[in-house]
Design a protein around this ligand. Structure first.
Ligand code: NFE
Ligand code: MG
Length: 571
């Protein structure tokens, strides 16, 4: 049988520019390469600047994971100058980044990923009354009337006449789609509802942090003033509004997103063993599982599950992180076999690939702009499934209870969470847990405010004169897509070195000097059983790649005029 070469460039419905090159034979993927085709230089832009300004530049790495780079940045600076922030500021940071994650997960599922499972055109054949009954059987969500589903169906029919609008260029009618027409119609309706929902709930960012995307942060706390009697600050009215937004967020997650994921998962059980990726998974930064002081038991400790043992949690050691450039267009004077710890990290772009337009990148040793982070030499999967699996291994009560219930329904073990379906399911389960946590954090904040503690900023270490001449700091956070770390070196009040090691860098990395594939590559070609029925319509590849929720803007952290262009054809 002949091996076919397949190029998908760009992968759409992601953030940034990702190209996937594949070899396939007999309906299965044999080899895979993930190529980040966009260079970004934010780490370089930060050198020489005031560390107190770094967050505002760093968070422009991305507008999708809005705010997380700002938090990682201020934490790195606060770690370097040994600044502690007031408890209320910590709670506000949790709430702002928690809401970003909820918005991100829901948008990822409906607007970036669902159409890999949901055939929009099939919704035209649905019976709206039967759709209403189906919806009522999976959730108490009130917007379940036959007339609403009929209206959605008419909208799809109208857009189909006009070229399909946002639903154009899907692989509609592909045999890999399994849902009955009514489930497709229900999912399309929720796609539209999720668009409105995300616009509303993210107003929490505006109230606490001035705006979205790119809310405002502050080294030493938050720039949020609280005064119940002042019209211009967080006051009684604002608190009521915030409480309502948090309830609205939780309700959609509990009654729409999570039930939809579970319903759709039931039609694609084989994807619980497709897309199996790196057997080492890591979760390190703060998240719904690890922020201290939550009533749901002991916080989950930073750690890793290693080499396929999903029961044993190993403590995280930041010394074990190194980034390699053997497959990436950067120059390390130390040579390509050498990994650099982020404290010694460098970002020296050195494009050695072919001139665009090119047919192939994977025939070169270097084929991507994404560095390859490794932990003790291992490729590492990060993201919601890493967090859930680590929480599960550590006996986190909410996680164990909910995951056991769902795994029982899917007749799968915990190892199934390392799969295409597992990553998508864990994102929804994490949202359920995070939405509960948001209510607890908000209650705790209200309690502090009632007791008169309204301080949100620690000004003690604001002036650089109060800092050591030389200092190093690291800031961790579990961003929506996984472990995010920023590493700063400060000299005489200025940034001497700045490195970001980002979730999508871990996941979308290419081969390392030992030839080990990065997690996207492993998920596609790791066990040689990933289906690809029709190379011209690679919907199965989209399922697996989208299950990671790629963000290449983050991964590579300025498009270079005349730099690598991208092709828009699947050959
Ligand atoms: Ni641009 Fe990001 C998240 C970060 S991704 S989306 O989540 O950090 O790697
Ligand atoms: Mg970096």
């Amino acid at each position: 049988m002949a091996t076919e070469r397949i190029v998908i460039d760009p992968i759409t419905r992601i953030e940034g520019h990702l190209r996937i090159e594949l070899e396939a034979e007999g309906g299965r993927i044999g080899n895979a390469w993930a190529c980040a085709t966009q260079f970004r230089g934010i780490e370089k832009i930060l050198e020489g600047r005031d560390p107190r300004d770094a967050w505002a530049f760093a968070q422009r790495i991305c507008g999708v994971c809005t705010g997380v780079h700002a938090i990682a940045s201020i934490r790195a600076v606060e770690d370097a100058i040994k600044c502690r922030i007031p408890e209320s500021a910590e709670l506000i940071r949790n709430l702002v980044s928690g809401m970003a994650t909820l918005q991100d997960h829901v948008m990822h599922f409906y607007h970036l990923h669902a159409l890999d499972w949901v055939d929009v055109m099939s919704a035209l054949a649905a019976d709206p009354a039967a759709t209403s009954r189906l919806a009522a059987s999976v959730s108490p969500w009130p917007n379940n009337s036959a007339s609403w589903f009929k209206e959605v169906q008419q909208r799809v029919a109208t857009s189909a006449k006009g070229g399909l609008g946002i639903f154009a260029s899907g692989y509609w009618g592909h045999p890999a789609y399994r849902l009955p027409p009514e489930a497709n119609l229900m999912a399309v309706a929720h796609y539209l509802e999720a668009l409105k929902w995300q616009r509303e709930i993210i107003k929490l960012h505006t109230i606490f942090a001035g705006k979205n995307p790119h809310p405002n942060y502050l080294v030493g706390g938050m720039a949020t003033s609280i005064n119940l009697d002042n019209q211009l600050t967080i006051n009684k009215v604002r608190l009521d509004q915030l409480g309502e937004l948090i309830r609205e967020a939780r309700r959609f997650v509990d009654e729409v997103y999570y039930p939809d994921v579970m319903a759709i998962a039931g039609f694609y059980p084989e994807y619980a063993s497709i897309g199996v990726s790196s057997p080492t998974l890591m979760a390190v930064g703060e998240s719904a599982f690890s922020c201290a002081g939550t009533p749901a038991g002991k916080p989950v400790a930073a750690g890793l599950l290693m080499d396929g043992d999903y029961r044993t949690s190993h403590p995280f050691n930041p010394r074990m992180v190194a980034e390699y450039v053997s497959s990436a267009w950067y120059l390390y004077p130390e040579g390509d076999r050498q990994g650099l710890h982020p404290w010694q990290g460098r970002t020296e772009p050195n494009y050695t690939g072919p001139k665009p337009p090119y047919r192939q990148l994977s025939d070169q040793e270097k084929y991507t702009w994404c560095k390859a982070p490794r932990y003790d030499g291992r490729p590492v999967q990060v993201g919601p499934n890493a967090r859930i699996m680590l929480a599960y291994a550590q006996g986190h009560p909410d996680t164990v209870q909910l995951a056991n219930r769902d795994l029982g329904k899917l007749k799968a073990g915990v190892e199934a969470l390392n799969s295409t379906l597992g990553r998508t399911y864990c994102r929804a389960l994490e949202s359920v847990i995070l939405a509960r946590r948001m209510e607890e954090w908000f209650a705790a904040l209200n309690e502090r405010i009632r007791s008169g503690d309204v301080s949100t900023f620690n000004a003690e270490l604001w002036e650089p004169e109060s800092w050591p001449k030389q200092a190093q700091g690291m800031g961790y956070l579990e961003a929506a897509r996984g472990t995010l770390s920023h590493w700063v070196e400060i000299e005489n009040g200025r940034i001497a070195r700045y490195q970001c090691v980002v979730p999508s860098t871990w996941n979308s990395s290419g081969r390392d000097p030992n030839g080990l594939m990065g997690p996207y590559e492993q998920a596609l070609a790791g066990d040689k059983k990933h289906p690809l029925v029709d190379p011209k319509r690679p919907v199965e590849v989209l399922r697996t790649i989208h299950s990671f929720d790629p963000c290449l803007s983050c991964a590579v952290h300025l498009l270079v005029p005349g730099g690598p262009a991208f092709e828009v054809k699947v050959r």
